[in-house]
Ligand binder design. Structure first.
Ligand code: SF4
Length: 180
């Protein structure tokens, strides 16, 4: 298991992530409170995407699905900001994180077709999501965020021994991959 995780961490860094490490799967807690924060709709995706609440299913379903997995890794892309309002740096880091994330999905999926990736935002595979009028176009590829699973990302990082915050005038995006 240790070798598999080390190999995954190496692959993650090769894909462009700034940091990667073992995910503490046993400490994952699927919290209704995180879902409640989603319903405040600060990201403007609540009720607009099949992979966000409420379309992605209940917290119990999310928890049952994730509990089928025995190990995983956390990955992060960190960017530097020129000041606290450097939205360009935030957007650029988010774009790099999405690219890194998709690259590692492509690499690992051939060996682990049942892998469960959890992203750092809503599913963006389609320009406009079909929710709620038509079924999801790509149900096997669509990705939910860690928050949609009810995970408190900073707590998951802490319990996995990884930083969540890289200090002033930095921005960090975190995602994870669960494997059997
Ligand atoms: S794959 Fe397309 S239809 Fe399915 S959740 Fe993602 S954006 Fe929506």
């Amino acid at each position: 298991m240790k070798e598999k995780i080390e190999a995954l961490v190496e692959e993650a860094i090769a894909c462009g992530f700034t940091a990667a490490g073992e995910l503490n799967v046993s400490a994952l807690e699927f919290m209704p409170e995180v879902r409640e924060m989603c319903s405040a709709d600060r990201c403007h995706q609540y009720g607009k995407n099949w992979r966000c609440p409420p379309g992605c299913g209940s917290i119990e379903e999310a928890s049952l699905r994730a509990k089928e997995y025995s190990f995983g890794i956390l990955v992060q892309t960190v960017g530097k900001m020129e000041d606290d309002f450097d939205y360009e740096a935030i957007q650029e880091t988010s774009r790099r994180h999405d690219e890194n994330f998709a690259a590692l999905v492509r690499k690992v999926k051939s060996r682990h077709p049942d892998m469960l990736p959890m992203g750092a935002g809503t599913c963006t595979l389609c320009e406009v999501c079909t929710y709620p009028d038509e079924p999801c176009r790509f149900p096997d590829e669509a990705i939910s965020s860690m928050e949609a699973y009810g995970l408190w990302v900073s707590k998951v990082c802490e319990l996995s021994g990884m930083p969540y915050n890289y200090g002033r005038q930095t921005v960090a995006f975190t995602s994870c991959y669960l494997l059997k």
